[in-house]
Write a protein of this length. Structure first.
Length: 85
């Protein structure tokens, strides 16, 4: 049987049970961290041993769409929407 139809399991598309089998549910770089529970993504800023400076919770589907836009090459906008409308 070939690999057609199989998907790569990663934090952006996994179920909660798949996430529990992963080595980790978060990553950090400097004072910033990214964490998920498979339904929500949290972005935080907190220096080691200090109180958290900022924290935002984003539904995973919205976060994934933001990342797609951020990673996409320049070109015509698809589904262009005005801010606040």
């Amino acid at each position: 049987m070939g690999s057609k139809g199989l998907r790569t399991v990663k934090p952006s598309n996994c179920t909660f049970n798949e996430l529990c089998k992963m080595r980790r549910d978060h990553t950090d770089f400097g004072d910033f961290s990214l964490m998920t529970d498979s339904g929500v993504v949290w972005l935080s800023e907190q220096a080691w041993g200090k109180e958290r400076k900022q924290h935002i919770q984003i539904p995973r589907g919205v976060f994934n769409r933001l990342l797609l836009w951020y990673q996409r090459e320049a070109g015509p906008a698809r589904g262009k929407r005005s801010r606040g409308k």
